[in-house]
Ligand binder design. Structure first.
Ligand code: MTE
Ligand code: MO
Length: 334
């Protein structure tokens, strides 16, 4: 491997555009949703600060994932757990994998920050490990393959609601977070679980130019929330290992909270004894609370949260309190 220059994602101009039609459809959808993404955070103003001439390769990546461990493919597709079905049709796979939010891969000069799949090629998800530390009986470095082999995986259908008001419904594959927590045996003094995303400017173009954000991306849950039956660790989507734009190879899924809580590409887990600082909450606390439960009755300071737009159908529908998971989670907040 020595002496091989690996070009950064934004240096690679040789990729050929494919999937133009999908791209055009998506552009139309994005236009419909335009006001939302344009208004996302003060970041949109900052985004224009460094413009760079580049051709965007237009690809929707649906190829198999990078190697994670021998035999990974035998875990997909997984058996569906019928306790977690939903009231609405699933989003199209091409929309859930082509319309994303992942700030680490926002690219300089790209006005369309949803087409994350264009910038993920150099993100290396092979041989993934997770470092576990803090108030736990089981600190150490765990190989993702070992965790999947130990816990097994199942499929669950979940709604997803982004704080920017777009929404989808998708089949995740993975294991309950409670299974992982039971295995890691937090000490009695632990109150929260803190997670961090990979911080690799060489592979993630968004990190190297958005220097104003407090990388790495971090998120946290109170332990009762983390142990709730709904809280899921996803390693797959649509019956296949996760694609990079969706947070490969392992991410959190907390569907009763706004999407930013569902941290992607997790490299570390720490058990702590107080509410930790998290990426969006620390940066823009007046707009992004720590708890961040989906609530149509509580508007974002800059827009209503009463309704949402489906990324596949463009349908506008009313947002449900706790995104429809009240039966399972409301007791946590009483
Ligand atoms: N590390 C990291 N995780 C992240 C984000 C991010 O920018 N970085 N975006 C969040 C937001 S705002 C949403 S809505 C979801 C989007 O997940 P999806 O792209 O798989 O739909 O990922 C969340 N997880
Ligand atoms: Mo989001």
């Amino acid at each position: 491997m020595a002496n091989i220059h690996i070009p950064k994602a934004w240096e690679n101009k040789s990729l050929k555009p494919t999937g133009e039609e999908t791209y055009l459809n998506r552009r139309r959808l994005i236009k419909d949703l335009g006001i939302l993404s344009a208004g996302l955070l003060s970041g949109s103003a900052l985004l224009s600060c460094e413009k760079e001439e580049r051709q965007n390769p237009v690809t929707v990546i649906r190829e198999p994932n990078d190697f994670i461990f021998d035999g990974m493919e035998t875990f997909y597709p997984a058996t569906r757990n019928s306790d977690f079905s939903i009231d609405r049709p699933l989003s199209e796979e091409i929309d859930a994998t082509g319309y994303n939010n992942f700030y680490e891969f926002n690219a300089p000069g790209d006005p369309d920050i949803k087409a994350i799949h264009q910038y993920v090629d150099f993100f290396d998800t092979r041989d993934w490990t997770i470092e576990v530390s803090g108030l736990t009986e089981m600190p150490g470095t765990y190989h993702l393959g070992d965790l999947i082999q130990q816990f097994g995986v199942e499929e669950r259908l979940y709604r997803h609601r982004c704080v920017e008001t777009w929404a989808m419904a998708v089949p995740w594959t993975g294991f309950p977070m409670s299974t992982l927590i039971d295995f890691l045996q937090p000490k009695e003094t632990a109150t929260h679980i803190l997670m961090k995303t990979a911080n690799r400017p060489e592979e993630m173009p968004g990190i190297s130019y958005q220097t104003w954000w407090p990388w790495p991306y971090t998120e946290a849950l109170e332990l009762g929330e983390a142990r709730n039956e709904v809280t899921f660790i996803a390693t797959g989507l649509y019956g296949k290992p996760l694609l990079k734009q969706n947070g490969a190879p392992i991410r959190l899924v907390v569907p009763w909270k706004y999407g930013f809580k569902s941290i992607k590409s997790i490299v570390s887990i720490e058990f702590v004894n107080s509410q930790p600082a998290t990426f969006w909450n620390a940066t823009v606390p007046q707009e992004y609370g720590f708890v961040a439960n989906v609530d149509p009755g509580v508007p974002h300071p800059r827009w209503s949260q009463a309704s949402e737009t489906d990324i596949s159908t463009g349908e506008r529908r009313n947002t449900l309190k706790y995104n429809g998971y009240g039966e399972q989670v409301a007791h946590l907040y009483e």
